[in-house]
Design a protein around this ligand. Structure first.
Ligand SMILES: C[S@@+](CC[C@H](N)C(=O)[O-])C[C@H]1O[C@@H](n2cnc3c(N)ncnc32)[C@H](O)[C@@H]1O
Length: 379
């Protein structure tokens, strides 16, 4: 069984999600519209757009679904109206600008599947200036939550797994978002619906700042995060705990370093800063007992400290850094230069091996390297 097809089976078996998009597309699409289905997968959103009256749909997908999506369009008599393009949306050009954009690259916490970046790029290059966006706005919500399994995932690394000190992984686990289905009864207090992303304008950072009242006795393990996306004037899409028509998508728990017992009347002050383009979330949590003006506990976390990226790599993301090619980079450049339309693949393999012999075990190893570059960039 293909994992990818099974993933799409799950997307399509989420009846709340599919019917929300169907209703919203019926609201938004006008007869004759050109629709961009960004990150189209099976093409379901484009098919629904055609049903709502779209004249043409450009369905862009970077994965392996392009061929089946074309076949599906054909079997539904829509192959002249749905044009499936296999590529990453930011690298694709369209023959005309679209009237409507539809996408479900919303993720679990509203921005983490790339919606902000991909929609901004589409607005600049692929859409008419007054195009209608679906979603048009995404609201982020956070709340204090009890999530014992997230607390346990953090603590695990302090229990000397295998008899060794693995504390660095505790630090990384405590600084990562953990995908979780958040039950309504896991919430410990009020919900903050602070961050809101207007997809019609550029958004480079999102700030959430709130004080939330603890409503019941429990153990605070972190902040739960989820979204509500405006698809049309009548329809929202949400994975909020306890929401009517909640879609089958997990939210995220942002942990605190250690569990804290809380009681009704306590308060939790939260500041969250999100850089959607870099997928970085930083959160601070301060806990106040009753009417106290000074916090009893404070925590500061950031996914920057949870990433499997070393400092040397991070240095290379600094805008002042002046990059030079590594030996493998130079070999890759050789392959690209040798693809000049005058040399055979065998000649390129020979030439690359002769120029960069120290990089390869043998000629066969060089041939694999050349094949990777050639299949990616030649035509
Ligand atoms: C969430 S699934 C598709 C969902 C589909 N629109 C639906 O509603 O069932 C995301 C698909 O988009 C592709 N994808 C993600 N980001 C993309 C992008 N920026 N451009 C093109 N394809 C993208 C992935 O390969 C995957 O097949």
């Amino acid at each position: 069984m293909s994992r990818v097809i099974d993933e799409h089976r799950l997307y399509l078996s989420d009846a709340a999600r599919v019917s929300a998009f169907a209703a919203a597309l019926a609201d938004v699409v006008r007869p004759g519209d050109v629709v961009l289905d960004l990150a189209s997968g099976t093409g379901i959103l484009g098919l629904l757009a055609c049903r709502a009256g779209a004249a043409r749909v450009y369905a862009i997908d970077a994965g392996g679904m392009a061929a089946p999506a074309r076949a599906i369009a054909r079997r539904n008599g829509l192959d002249g109206r749905i044009h499936v393009i296999n590529g990453f949306s930011t690298h694709v050009d369209l023959p005309e600008r679209a009237d409507v954009l539809v996408t479900d690259q919303i993720g679990r916490f509203g921005f983490d599947a790339g919606a902000v970046e991909f929609i901004a790029d589409a607005r600049r290059r692929l859409l008419k200036p007054d195009a209608r966006l679906m979603p048009s706005r995404i609201d982020l919500a956070v709340a204090p939550v009890e999530a014992a399994d997230v607390g346990a995932a953090v603590e695990f690394w302090s229990a000397r797994p295998g008899g060794f000190d693995m504390e660095p992984l505790r630090e990384m686990t405590a600084n990562s978002g953990h995908p979780r289905t958040l039950a309504a009864d896991s919430l410990l207090g009020s919900v903050c619906t602070g961050g809101s992303i207007d997809l019609a304008v550029e958004t480079t950072s999102i700030a959430v700042s709130a004080e939330m009242a603890i409503a019941r006795h429990g153990t605070l393990n972190g902040l739960g995060g989820w979204f509500s996306a405006v698809l049309s004037h009548s329809t929202k899409l949400s994975n909020a705990p306890g929401a009517d028509n909640r879609i089958a998508r997990r939210g995220v728990v942002f942990p605190i370093d250690r569990p804290v017992a809380v009681a009704a009347g306590d308060r939790v002050a939260v500041r969250m800063r999100i850089l959607p383009g870099d997928l970085i979330v930083s959160w601070t949590v301060r806990i106040f007992r009753g009417d106290a003006t000074e916090p009893s506990d404070r925590f500061a976390h950031s996914t920057l400290r949870g990433m499997l990226i070393d400092l040397e790599r991070l240095r290379r993301t600094n805008p002042d850094y002046m990059p030079t090619l590594s030996p493998r980079g130079r070999a890759r450049l050789s392959v690209l230069e040798l693809c000049d339309g005058r040399r055979s693949l065998a000649a390129i393999e020979r030439d690359v091996y002769d120029r960069h012999a120290s990089l390869f075990r043998d000629r066969a190893d060089a041939a694999v390297f050349v094949a990777e570059v050639v299949t990616g960039y030649s035509e």
